[in-house]
Design a protein around this ligand. Sequence first.
Ligand code: ZN
Length: 252
Amino acid sequence: MINVAVEIADDLYFFTKKKYHDKNFNISFEGGRSVKDLVESIGIPHVEIGRVRQDGEFVGVNSLIVEDCCLRIDAPEPGLPANNIPLRFILDVHLGRLAEYLRMLGFDADYSNDRDDAELASLASGCEQGGAAPGGILLSCDRGLLMRRIITAGMLIRSRNPEQQIVEVLRRFNLSGRVRPFSRCFNCGGLLENAGGLDDLSGDEYSRIPDGVRIWCREYTRCTRCGQLYWEGGHFIGMREKVRKMLDASTG
Ligand SMILES: [Zn+2]
């Protein structure tokens, strides 16, 4: 029988099952068990833990737990994940509004409302690109999905309110200095390019702009992926205010 004295950081109580709602508790089990298995049995997805110390020594999530040890589990420090994981978010089907907000702030947010868990895990782990490189950071409301072994970077979205969700993400990955508002398409997340004025647009593009806009607007932008055209109409004032509120809340 292996006995482990477990200590978890305050920030991780959100995840733990009721019977582990103590700062310190003991767990006993038979046979070999990795750090990952143990923290997930407590309720914490492995992507939600920071440094782990076993009797004071740092260990990885896949390390086997030794007999009669003390295990200290920290929450992740704010910042981007290690291991050269690209700054690209893959979002589950419940997080469409969060994807829009991330795009509004200029982040690469891959979202579709018809993906199952296997597809999301495959995209986030990079398997879709032949496993050559990690695919990105998985944002999900489903902790079971985040416990899949192939997921190396992710975050459980706690709030159901998209305004709170974007603040959670900005804080967790320390993104406020990387924000580039209105540099991506709201529809597909593609990067925007300067499309020039009315004379520079194609006939089809020209016809898609309402008469009332053509009268006053001199500058347009275009999505490099889906071709959507954008211009800074009156609604931009409201969106700029929204961006300011998101950033204030994330740094406040
Ligand atoms: Zn687009």
